[in-house]
Design a protein around this ligand. Structure first.
Ligand code: FAD
Length: 424
């Protein structure tokens, strides 16, 4: 009997545990270790931050649902991975051995790269449920005394979709409250142009999102290197295409939400030979560590090169569908390894996303992720908003019921009228 440990119970880790159980049957032991004892559906956080969702809807306690499927659960942060000794060292002093380790630890939020940024400083975040709730509290105070707002993404960011979502959701919420006229809104982003999204654009994303910004009185600054943030004041260097300083801005604000750059979490980043300099796991095309043959990794914590070099650094996003196919590839590859067969299943590194815009939304498919592409599709419509709301319910239902079926493929692709992509 092999012991497979999944480290991190988020968007990648939970389905990984369920898929492993379905694929391997009861003959092997599966343990999930997560820093927190609850699951959170991260894509709902922009809604939590404006009071459209409550914690009870977007989170649930992990243990009972995993245990129903015969999966052990330990709610402890992992402090160290002893990759040579095949063991994890947990915060409570436990040492947990493994035969295979699946790392799905998501991002470390790198607020400290910009002085004054982040919830401990002067900008809000929506990256975790706790942050989103803190943003909702700050937003309620802001509504009592509205003024300029700044939303966007910091240098080195890779996850631009939620920044756009939040700008449009904030815009919609302020309109509904008849307060939009009191809030000059600026989108500040490290992307070289609006709609780049760390992907070099998708279809006509540049024109469509610029047009949406114009139609909704949202101003923007691209190639923006936020240098520091003080209380109510953001210092931004706008660069030109050659990376030279074009203009310096001092933006006053009363409310700001900025997506940070991501890194790998400390316990993973510290393992000798496992990661690149930013702490992302270096994997081969089969999701396997280049150095440790019994370590696999999926999700935001894996190293993916940027789609292109940009004047202000940006990264490539890792989104749900891509993560789902990484997880499926890992499950197939561990199962093959256990049979003594070749682990040769690859993930499908395509970007598919439903981005909410409050009362409408934008969907995109970038296949492959790096241009030129076979599919380069970007569409806007109210149906995307409705599909995203339904997807949240569907994802939470499936996570509680231990499904091993590929949710993004079954749901998102169908809603886009696409039958199947080249997934494992
Ligand atoms: C605000 C936001 C909205 C997003 N919206 C979308 C969207 O609409 N569609 C889409 O496709 N993608 C979206 N993404 C991108 C991506 O899908 C999510 O970030 C997704 O949650 C990443 O999944 P993951 O499994 O890699 O990491 P996570 O879901 O972040 O899970 C990582 C888990 O590892 C645990 N962990 C970390 N370190 C340790 C440790 N040392 N010990 C134990 N446990 C640890 C964490 O507690 C966490 O539970 C969004 C991202 C953000 C930030």
């Amino acid at each position: 009997m092999a012991h497979i440990v999944v480290l991190g119970a988020g968007t990648g880790g939970m389905p990984a545990a369920y898929e492993l159980r379905a694929e391997l049957g009861s003959g092997h032991r599966i343990t999930v270790v997560n820093a927190l004892d609850y699951f959170q559906f991260v894509p709902s956080n922009p809604w939590v931050a404006v009071g459209w969702r409550e914690r009870e809807v977007t989170t649930f306690p992990i243990r009972p649902y995993l245990e129903k499927k015969g999966i052990d659960f330990i709610a402890q942060p992992v402090l160290r991975i002893d990759a040579e000794g095949n063991a994890l060292e947990l915060a409570d002093g436990q040492r947990l051995g493994y035969d295979y380790l699946v790392i799905t630890t998501g991002p470390k939020l790198s607020f400290d790269e910009v002085p004054g940024a982040g919830p401990a400083g002067h900008t809000q975040s929506i990256c975790s449920i706790d942050h989103a709730e803190q943003t909702w509290a700050a937003y309620q105070a802001f509504l009592q005394d509205p003024g300029p707002a700044v939303v966007g993404a910091m240098p080195g960011a890779s996850c631009f979709g939620p920044a756009y979502e939040f700008a449009f959701i904030l815009n919609t919420d302020l309109r509904r409250r008849k307060q939009r006229n009191k809030v000059p809104l600026t989108f500040v982003t490290s992307e070289p142009y609006i709609g780049h999204m760390g992907l070099g654009g998708v279809g006509d994303s540049k024109s469509m999102l610029e047009s949406e910004f114009r139609n909704n009185d949202i101003k923007w600054i691209c190639n923006a290197r936020v240098d520091k943030v003080e209380a109510g004041l953001m210092f931004v260097s706008e660069l030109d295409e050659a990376g030279q300083l074009k203009k310096e801005h001092q933006l006053p604000f009363k409310f700001s939400m900025m997506l940070p750059a991501f890194k790998g979490v400390d316990a993973v980043a510290q393992v000798e030979g496992l990661c690149n300099p930013r702490g992302f796991v270096l994997i081969d095309e089969y999701q396997r560590s280049k150095k440790y043959k019994n370590i696999f990794s999926a999700g935001v914590c894996v190293a993916i090169p940027p789609v292109e070099v940009t004047p202000v650094p940006t990264g490539a996003p890792k989104t749900g569908y891509m993560i789902e196919t990484m997880v499926s590839a890992i499950v197939h590859n561990i199962a093959a390894d256990l049979r003594g067969a070749k682990a040769d299943t690859k993930a499908s590194w395509n970007a598919i996303c439903l981005a909410d815009m409050g009362d409408t939304g934008a969907a995109f498919v970038a296949l492959p992720q790096i241009p030129p592409r076979n599919v380069n599709w970007f569409k806007k419509g109210k149906w995307v908003h409705l599909a995203k709301v339904a997807f949240e319910k569907y994802f939470m239902y499936k996570m509680k019921n231990g499904t091993s079926e590929p949710i993004y493929e079954k749901y998102v692709l169908k809603s886009l009228g696409i039958e199947r992509l080249d997934r494992p």
